[in-house]
Design a protein around this ligand. Structure first.
Ligand code: HEC
Ligand code: HEC
Ligand code: HEC
Length: 452
């Protein structure tokens, strides 16, 4: 069977199956096409009052996409921006709030000043502190003009929805919010982004978007003792070096040549953000909602600015090993005689007809496994998760990805998944660490319970 045939068959099977993909998407659980479509229609459907400047509202709608507000403030199958999405935090479950202009349950009574304070300082209108699950440590960089446009959009471009907010599941005494003031004093680096002298317009625009509205670091930067991002801009060495969150590992975005973006060109990076796939990798896990709701809507100039900024980040977070070089010899040999290698046996039976003997896939439809930064990464959590639960909710321009990766939770046991991932991580000269069955078991139970 050729790779494309296999993909076609899988696609047909996938289309026929009423899949429920309520996985442990945590932050990203709202990644549904319907949601983005609804958001888009909400933006145009609500007639802007004559007093509001239509152009400002429209610019605010675009900025809301850059900020990916919908991903968190819209629950699966819920009304746009009415909140209610559960989010995991180290203390317990937090629910996102209603940010439609409903005066009773939403932010209808917010003044522009109140809105700016919530966005940039994490303080609600009534003075209570917000949990940093709301990425105000990033949004603090959003400039006044953009806050103004966002405010105009949320007050005049979004349909009001009456839906009461849900209390957190965090129990007393941890549910007291005053300690967040201390958290803010220690970790919140208040202040709007200032252009860096000596850098060009695109770099500064990219830095503004990545650090600010894009809040890329909220997933891609490792967290410290207070669950704070260890660095909020390129001056910190941990910035965007990759982090594990909610069952996914958000990849290193620095110039590191194995686990980061060192081998990607600026154009390839822009292609990934616009379409969710390129010659090196394809989007899955919590990155899917970022692409569905946010980066694919970016103008070319914004997406190119982000690519230019990210490509300027020096390599960090690697292990100092030599750059990856493709070498299929040993892997081809074990696939020719898989009897002695448990991982090769699983690969030959379940994966090879799509991912190939050569591990090179069929980019951009099918990501290569050879040299893929996610495969080479130290933390295998994304690989385990994608093998257990598959992919399938990437939606570009309203069209779902035609070739999702199947889910193997019901087909392969923990040992088999550990074996095949160990094989893939060693294969084609990938040289990454082995995966053990306990790691798979842990993720299986976490993602299966979250699916209920
Ligand atoms: C990663 C998830 C996430 C994203 C993205 C996000 N928010 Fe939030 N937001 C939250 C959570 C969670 C809360 C509630 C926190 C709490 O109750 O302590 C919140 C609260 C708020 C509030 C306070 C409302 C109230 O009265 O409770 C406002 C206003 C707000 N967000 C606006 C926005 C805007 C505008 C954007 C996009 C630019 C955005 N948020 C993006 C998670 C998010
Ligand atoms: C909600 C969490 C989250 C946010 C926010 C987020 N990412 Fe990601 N990102 C991930 C995860 C998880 C992966 C690994 C899975 C994959 O490769 O798609 C990833 C992967 C990527 C990759 C592919 C890397 C590779 O080697 O395959 C790029 C590029 C990327 N993200 C860029 C960004 C940019 C730019 C932003 C901000 C605009 C951003 N991400 C915001 C979670 C996130
Ligand atoms: C029907 C074809 C098909 C089969 C069979 C298949 N895969 Fe995939 N796989 C895909 C596609 C397509 C993607 C990219 C999907 C995406 O990211 O949206 C993918 C992506 C992946 C990724 C993520 C790579 C990345 O960074 O994008 C891993 C890891 C993976 N597959 C492992 C496996 C393993 C292990 C098996 C066997 C147990 C397997 N696959 C079987 C089609 C397949």
């Amino acid at each position: 069977m050729t790779m494309l045939n296999a993909l076609e068959q899988a696609r047909a099977a996938h289309a026929a199956r009423p899949t429920v993909r309520g996985l442990a998407r945590g932050f990203a659980a709202a990644a549904f096409a319907a949601v983005s479509a609804l958001c888009a229609s909400a933006a145009v459907a609500a007639p802007a009052p004559a007093s509001a400047d239509a152009a400002l509202v429209q610019r605010g709608a675009y900025l809301a996409q850059l900020g990916d507000c919908a991903a968190c403030h819209t629950a699966p199958h819920g009304k746009p921006f009415a909140g209610g999405l559960p989010m995991n935090s180290p203390l317990g479950t937090i629910y996102t709030t209603n940010i439609t202009p409903d005066p009773d349950t939403g932010i209808g009574h917010y003044s522009e000043e109140d809105f700016a304070r919530a966005l940039r300082e994490g303080v609600a209108r009534d003075g209570h502190n917000l949990y940093p699950a709301m990425p105000y440590p990033s949004y603090t960089k959003v400039n006044d003009d953009d806050v103004k446009a966002l405010y105009a959009y949320f007050l005049h471009g979004v349909e009001p929805v009456q839906q009461a907010n849900r209390d957190t599941d965090i129990r007393w005494p941890l549910n007291m919010r005053w300690p967040l003031k201390i958290w803010n004093a220690v970790f919140l680096d208040k202040g709007v982004y200032r252009d860096k002298p000596g850098k060009d317009v695109a770099w500064n625009r990219g830095a503004y978007l990545v650090q600010g509205l894009g809040h890329c670091g909220s997933c891609h930067t490792p967290r410290g003792v207070g669950f704070n991002e260890q660095a909020l801009d390129e001056s910190g060495s941990a910035f965007l070096t990759g982090a594990s969150l909610d069952g996914w590992f958000a990849t290193n975005l620095t110039g590191e040549h194995n686990t980061g973006l060192g081998r990607w060109s600026e154009a390839e990076l822009a292609q990934f953000l616009k379409t969710g796939a390129n010659a090196h990798a394809s989007a899955f896990g919590s990155m899917t909602s970022v692409i569905n709701n946010s980066t694919q809507a970016m103008t070319d100039s914004d997406v190119n600015a982000i690519a230019a900024y990210l490509k300027s980040l020096p390599a960090a977070g690697g292990d100092g090993g030599p750059a990856y070089a493709y070498d299929p010899q040993a892997t081809k040999a074990s696939l020719a005689r898989p009897a002695n290698d448990a991982g090769a046996r699983v690969y030959a039976a379940y994966c090879m007809h799509c991912h190939g003997v050569d591990g090179r896939g069929f980019a951009p439809m099918l990501a290569p496994l050879a040299g893929n930064p996610n495969v080479l990464g130290k933390d295998p959590v994304s690989l385990i998760n994608v093998t257990l639960n598959g992919t399938g909710d990437l939606v570009i321009g309203g069209i779902p990805a035609p070739y999702p990766m199947p889910a193997y939770a019901g087909t392969l046991d923990d040992r088999q998944i550990a074996d095949v991932l160990t094989f893939i991580r060693a294969g084609w000269n990938n040289r990454a660490d082995a995966v053990n069955a306990a790691q798979v078991a842990k993720l299986r139970s976490a993602t299966q319970s979250a699916a209920r």
